[in-house]
Design a protein around this ligand. Structure first.
Ligand SMILES: *Cc1c(COP(=O)(O)O)cnc(C)c1O
Length: 390
């Protein structure tokens, strides 16, 4: 990156049109025109870099992707309609029937469903390690293992995996190392520095940061991105130009938003640590976090997700949600609005208590996606809800 993060996020912009607009316009066009037969031939032969059809590229999606590529220190990228389409398309493009994946068990719910329900249709199996079993990874690797997949920080347990250590294992065994960097954003953590080959984001979360649009993006090594691009170009999971326009605007404020999210989250985490109704708090930048040293090594800030264990288990967790007044009960995260969830009675309610523990979800675990309201107002709401959930 030639200039600083926030400067590039603002100044890395699609070329202006003849109207000299200051802000990038929205290019709502499904296709693009050619001057003559030769122009069309050369364009389809990829002898020229230009837009042909918005399923392939569009000025708005290109501007958005270029920014993420720069922020992550990647070589190339492609923008998808959702985070899940970025994840599915990346696996579908790179894997063949009979290939094998090694993944951390603590991954986003739909990613886990993809591994357990859908990829096996093509005879692609996944082996799992738990967040505290990084030393088991090498034993899970088989001759047909092609990809190692992780998220860090994990959802909803807010555990931290050592990006560098896992990167070395991938290098040694020649595995494609894929990191879902959604919880950290490229402002806080750039997995490519630690050996990741591909980085995936659900842009729906902190990248939009305002709860408006869905989006996803994969960036990384040019040779892998070429395969992913060709797959996406033919199978059609492209991000809409409108969403790319919104998301590129969102990136202009990513740095200041994330700074404030993290400042608020640390205050909420410190408050919770002192509260008598709280069993324990998980926040990467609290000294009490089990992987505090690793978090400090690979993240510049602690992120906006705080998890804590409320005393009194499932019922106390439900009472806490019922007692919340200002914060939202919602499945999203990374919004300007603070959101609280109780995974064991909601998103993970269909799992057995034993299966929940495999992903680090205890009965009283509450997840807070700390927003951009005044930190004191968030704390006042959380405090009264804790008092009323006894
Ligand atoms: C939300 C989320 C996804 C899926 O993204 P969508 O945009 O909802 O499809 C993937 N990974 C993580 C970590 C997420 O939080």
């Amino acid at each position: 990156m030639s200039k600083h993060f926030e400067t590039e996020a603002i100044r890395n912009q699609t070329e202006r049109t003849q109207f000299s607009e200051h802000s990038t316009p929205l290019y709502l066009t499904s296709s693009f025109v050619f001057d003559d037969a030769e122009d069309m031939r050369a364009s389809f032969a990829e002898e020229k870099e230009r837009n042909l059809y918005s399923r392939f590229t569009n000025p708005n999606t290109t501007e958005f992707v270029d920014k993420i590529v720069q922020m992550e220190g990647a070589e190339a990228g492609y923008a998808f309609a959702t985070g899940m389409s970025a994840i599915f398309s990346s696996f579908a493009a790179l894997l063949n029937a009979g290939d094998h994946i090694v993944s951390c068990r603590s991954v986003f719910g739909s990613t886990h469903s993809m591994f357990t329900k859908y990829l096996p249709k093509w005879n692609i199996e996944t082996s799992y390690f738990k967040v505290d079993e990084v030393d088991l990874i090498e034993r899970l690797i088989q001759p047909n293992t092609k990809v190692l997949y992780i998220e860090t920080p994990t959802n909803p347990g807010v555990d931290i995996l050592d990006l560098e250590l896992i990167g070395k294992i991938c290098k040694k065994h020649n595995l494609i190392y894929i990191v879902d960097n959604c919880f950290a954003t490229p402002y806080i953590q750039q997995p490519i520095k630690f050996g990741a080959d591909l980085v995936i984001h659900s842009a729906t979360k902190l990248i939009d940061g305002q709860g408006r649009v869905l989006g996803g993006v994969t960036v990384g090594r040019a040779d892998l991105m070429r395969e992913i691009y060709l797959f996406a170009r033919n199978t059609g999971p492209a991000m809409s130009p409108f969403n790319a326009w919104v998301l590129s605007k969102s990136l202009e404020t990513l740095s200041i938003r994330v700074e404030k999210h993290c400042e608020n989250a640390l205050k909420v985490a410190e408050f919770l640590e002192e509260n008598e109704n709280v069993e324990f708090v998980k926040y990467p930048f609290l000294k009490s976090h089990p992987q505090y040293e690793i978090a400090k090594k690979q993240m510049s800030l602690g992120g906006n997700i705080v998890a804590f264990e409320i005393k009194g288990g499932i019922n106390a967790g439900r009472r806490f949600l019922d007692a919340i007044k200002m914060c939202s009960l919602s499945a999203n995260l990374g919004d300007t609005r603070t959101i609280v969830t109780h995974p064991s009675s909601t998103t993970h309610g269909r799992l057995s208590a034993e299966d929940r523990l495999q992903v680090g979800i205890t009965d009283g675990l509450v997840r807070i996606s700390v927003g951009l309201e005044n930190a004191n107002d968030i704390i006042v709401d959380v405090k009264q809800a804790l008092n009323n959930s006894k």
